[in-house]
Design a protein. Sequence first.
Length: 274
Amino acid sequence: MATYAIGDVQGCMDELEALLASCAFDARRDRLWFVGDLVNRGPASLEVLRFVRQLGQSATVVLGNHDLHLLCVAEGFAKTRTDDTLGPVLDASDRGELLAWLRTRRLMHVDENLVLVHAGLLPQWTVMRALELAREVEDALRGPGYRELLANLYGSEPDEWDESLAGADRARVIVNAMTRMRFCTNDGKMEFRAKGGFQTAPPGYGAWFDAPDRLSADSTVVCGHWSALGVRIEQSLLALDSGCVWGGSLSAVRLEDRRLFQVPGMAHRGPVGD
């Protein structure tokens, strides 16, 4: 049995099938970890959702910002953007089942020393504290009041964690850190405008995983979200967003030995984005 962690798919079904073939993936014995952003910008979000859902226990999925955007659009709390490709999902006959399944995915998954999350963890969070906070949001998303959470999800404030935060502000900081963050200060203040590589960090900010004394550094964080960063395979970091939807590649790492698998991405769609 092998476990393959896969970068941001974003509706690239052809590339996902090619990647799984290159890994010789067998759903009867192997497992897949998806770092989030199954949907949007690519041409086949509906097919990706259907495929990953039918994998059942063979697939572990954490939510990305595009997945949450789909849920917000579906509930009427956000408008589609000009470069969204979510229409086929929203018009599908099985829309309800797919969205209910997506809404019940995790924000964060932990297996021994491996942590799966879409974007990252704030430096002052231990893995166990981050997991507790993720469960708060997951419970709200799975509960009868999930629409209230989605209705208040958008926004970049507050931009730092405080244990006294409550309600929508508390949930928003947790979600933004785990699904949107790239840069933060050493004490965990986040910045969301810069989307390029290290050179685009605003003064006083750096990559979240480079923060000194990051309390999750003893674990290996498996993440995506940052296509301009590309694949990074380090002791405490497996960053796997290699920009498939932007003309890069779709990447997977076999967690047992950290072997990298890649297939070329689709034709270039424009500037690298979220």
